[in-house]
Design a protein around this ligand. Structure first.
Ligand code: AMP
Length: 193
């Protein structure tokens, strides 16, 4: 059973790689961005509240996300999970540690996809055009998301490094190559486990 956390700036390829590993290892992917977009689309009260933050490139409040992830992790604990887009703040990371203790679960690795800023901006602009994502269409919003990443999410690298759980992966390579590196890492850890 696999339990993984993906870290990295927006556009690093977390969603793509989480999706691929999810299919290969038959492990559910929990993408908080996808869950929020579904709420926005369904025009639920939560969706309406979240949209304001998402369109501005800001983070949706921690309590909303923590409640959402709690529900997801409880759903089918025996299948494991791949977290994509959560945690994104220190408060979320700390809440996740508590939640996992409570549920008697633990994660295997934190996978940090490293990609330079200029590559991220180019990728997000391209994705905005292809997928019509409102938060990827506007360069000002993209830059805001990067700033929010640096201020609120990047500190998680030190948080997990201090726990000895961080794995760094060069995300500035073709998707297939990144995927091969991730699989090689997971397999080698499995063999030595
Ligand atoms: P993503 O698809 O992961 O890039 O997420 C899109 C947007 O959803 C983000 O820019 C945030 O506004 C919101 N979001 C997703 N995950 C989180 C999270 N863990 N904490 C706060 N906001 C989030």
């Amino acid at each position: 059973m696999l339990r993984l956390i993906f870290l990295g700036p927006p556009g690093a390829g977390k969603g793509t790689q989480a999706e691929r590993l999810s299919a290969i290892y038959h492990t559910p992917k929990i993408s908080t961005g996808d869950l929020l977009r579904a709420e926005v689309k369904a025009q639920t009260p939560l969706g309406r509240q979240a949209k304001v933050y998402m369109d501005a490139g800001e983070l949706v409040p921690d309590e909303v996300l923590i409640g959402m992830v709690r529900g997801q992790l409880q759903q089918s604990p025996e299948q494991g999970w791949i977290l994509d887009g959560f945690p994104r703040t220190l408060a979320q990371a700390e809440a996740l540690e508590e939640l996992l203790q409570e549920l008697r679960q633990d994660y295997d690795h934190v996978l940090n996809l490293e990609v330079p800023d200029e590559v991220v901006v180019a990728r997000l602009l391209a994705r905005g055009k292809e997928q019509g994502r409102s938060d990827d269409a506007d360069e000002a919003v993209i830059l805001k998301r990067l700033q929010v990443y640096r201020q609120q999410t990047a500190p998680l690298i030190d948080f997990y490094e201090a726990k000895g759980r961080l794995r760094r992966i060069n995300g500035n390579q073709p998707m297939e190559v990144v995927q091969q590196h991730l699989q090689a890492l997971l397999e080698s850890c499995r063999r030595t486990a």
